[in-house]
Write a protein that binds this ligand. Sequence first.
Ligand code: CA
Length: 228
Amino acid sequence: MKVLLVEDEQKIADFVCAGLRARGLDVRHCDDGNVGLELASQSIFDVIVLDIMLPGRDGLSVLKALRAVGVPTPVILLTARNELNDRIEGLNLGADDYLAKPFYVKELFARIQALLRRLAGDRSNTVLVGEFKLDRITRHASCGEHSVELTTREFSLLEYLMRSAGQVFTRSQILEHVWGYDFDPSTNVVDVCIKRIRAKLGELDAAGESAALIESVRGAGYRFRRAD
Ligand code: CA
């Protein structure tokens, strides 16, 4: 995945580049708004991380110019703490998300992933594993002709497992994805939520086969059973 980072503070640029590269992203960095606009206009990046206060041309103006010429690349703005007006203006100009400084690379990475997932998800409104289906519009899970409605959390947890069916996810991975990175990891919300989802899926078929699709892996976490 290709990321363009437009940031003039060398220290921040260094830790963001290092942190994102360590997580496997291909990062291109520049420290000037005009150069950033020129690079971003090539539409070769999957996401742009854009600082607001920049030499040459400020981030909001870069964003405005990009959207004006129809560059759809998702943009995450880096804002100074308490710059509420910048954030509002940025979102109005077509930014997809923002992050206030100071921040952890871990959080930026999570935001990038969430953003790309959201955009990918927008292209398809159903998630399918075998006969089992999730509908993102109605938030219904169904198997055959029966369906149940899920809450937002239940839905995003189930979707998370289903999108990588067969893969085991730890409780902390699930927590980070569904509840947010800073949620207290000692809680049992994941188990409680899984229990609720299983109970709902139990209504889909008399034999309880749908509920059994979510497997507990002892000492590890949970997975959604891959279709045969
Ligand atoms: Ca700056």
